[in-house]
Design a protein around this ligand. Structure first.
Ligand SMILES: Nc1ncnc2c1ncn2[C@@H]1O[C@H](COP(=O)(O)OP(=O)(O)O)[C@@H](O)[C@H]1O
Ligand SMILES: [Mg+2]
Length: 428
């Protein structure tokens, strides 16, 4: 019925046929649309607050920009730049700064007619070694089938292509720690050890890692080759985040549609953990979205607090959804052992409950030690707290206090049939 009405030329005539409920629905929609059209729209450029946006100006990173530019500059006279390892915690600007310098250098190369190729691949997003090399191949004009070849064959074809075409390449492997954690450093060994095989072409590698201990996980040879140069990105202070956010807000939001206090709160909340600009920018974007949806003329501190709650909830749901099955059951057991208004339960009681639930789902329960490990993991994720309570000469026991409610668990486990079944059981 809807479709046929929408196709009528005479819209108002069509409306006469709508039921009262449909009319109300349409009124709601109309008011949403008219608010978007006429109301105060907060965003002037929503893209400028999205995570992959690279701003032209990156405050507090002049030194890192200069260093990367100096390291890569030899490519302008056809020399191979040194390999480079970039470290820093998440949200310290590693990706943005690297992409910014690459884009500028690429422009200069085009301008000066220097033949060079800059390839960027996020290893975690690519997911596998094969896909990472596939990214590299397709960006240097080499066709590789989506699957089916051995990784060594893909590598061989890439090297051969660089050699025969005499390509000068810079290859950025972002979140390189993921590659080494999931596979090994073999591929890095091959990539950093290929200069003879690809001459007169060359390849410089830039590895970016969120894990500060990453280097220690590399074999000695890869370590020394990959880190010919190193740059560290320190966390931002709350004050620095404030400047960064003010610049981003000016790009993304309409003037006078946000309060300075709201920006300060975003900066303070994101600076308190480890100076994470990603968290700060995300917080600002979500606050703006909430304010706009509300039809508010101004983004205020209230919206920032609401956004913070939403981000934290999303983070908890994501953590819950991606738990291994036995950890989910251990979490349910903790929630269940604390029933009847008791805020916590002994680890013994949680283990008992865990065994009961595991058997209920047809699983062989894990040992006490393994479950104790799972509880420690849940503690690290902030889903429970496990604290040792000392009873003096009566000994010590571990007390488990859930940090989420059954309701949140229910929502997050909605698509997990085994757990849904257990939840239904334990509720009775
Ligand atoms: N100095 C800066 N100025 C402006 N925006 C920044 C700055 N540093 C980081 N950002 C922004 O913060 C977010 C996270 O930065 P990103 O480069 O992805 O961090 P990392 O790669 O270190 O995790 C991005 O939206 C980025 O544009
Ligand atoms: Mg990054």
């Amino acid at each position: 019925m809807y479709n046929s009405i929408l196709h009528w030329n005479n819209w108002s005539e069509g409306l006469a046929f709508l039921t009262i409920q449909e009319k109300t629905q349409n009124k709601d929609l109309e008011s949403i649309f008219s608010r978007a059209l006429n109301g105060r729209v907060l965003f002037k450029n929503h893209k400028a607050l999205q995570s992959d946006y690279v701003p032209d100006h990156l405050p507090f990173r002049a030194q890192q920009v200069t260093s990367i530019a100096e390291i890569l500059a030899p490519i302008l006279h056809n020399s191979r730049p040194s390999n480079l390892l970039i470290y820093g915690k998440t949200g310290t600007g590693k990706t943005a700064v690297t992409r910014h310098v690459m884009a500028k250098l690429n422009e200069t190369c085009i301008d000066k007619k220097v033949q060079a190729m800059f390839v960027y691949s996020n290893v975690r997003m690519a997911g596998t070694e094969y896909r990472t090399l596939g990214d590299l191949a397709s960006n240097i004009g080499l066709k590789i089938p989506f699957t089916g070849l051995a990784v060594s064959e893909v590598l061989f074809r890439i090297q051969n292509h660089i050699k025969t075409q005499g390509l000068k390449t810079v290859f950025v492997l972002d979140e390189i720690d993921y590659l080494v954690h999931s596979y090994s450093d073999d591929i890095l060994y091959d990539l950093t050890n290929s200069s003879d095989k690809i001459a007169p072409g060359f390849m410089s590698l830039i590895g970016i890692s969120n894990d500060l201990q990453f280097k220690e996980q590399l074999g000695a040879r890869v370590q020394s080759r990959l880190s010919e140069e190193e740059i560290v990105f320190p966390p931002y202070s709350a004050e620095e985040l404030r400047t960064i956010l003010n610049e981003r807000a000016a790009l993304a939001l309409n003037q006078s549609s946000y309060s300075g206090a709201a920006i300060n709160l975003c900066a303070a909340l994101s600076g308190s953990e480890h100076g994470d600009a990603r968290r700060a920018v995300d917080l600002l974007r979500i606050s703006g979205e909430i304010a706009e949806r509300e039809g508010s003329p101004e983004l205020t501190e209230k919206h920032v607090r609401m956004a913070l709650q939403k981000i934290d909830q999303d983070r908890v749901s994501e953590a819950l959804r991606t738990l291994p099955l036995h950890a989910k059951i251990a979490l349910l057991a903790s929630l269940n052992a604390c029933k009847n208004d008791s805020p916590n339960a002994s680890s013994g009681a949680v283990y008992e409950k865990y065994c009961e639930l595991a058997k209920e789902s047809g699983l062989e329960p894990l040992t006490t030690r393994r479950v104790s490990g799972l509880l420690t993991e849940l503690d690290t994720l902030g889903l429970i707290t496990a604290s040792i309570v000392n009873y003096g000469r009566y000994g010590r026991t571990k007390k488990i206090t859930p940090q989420i409610t059954i309701l949140i668990a229910e929502k997050s486990f909605d698509s997990d049939d085994t757990i849904k079944h257990l939840l239904a059981k334990t509720k009775n």
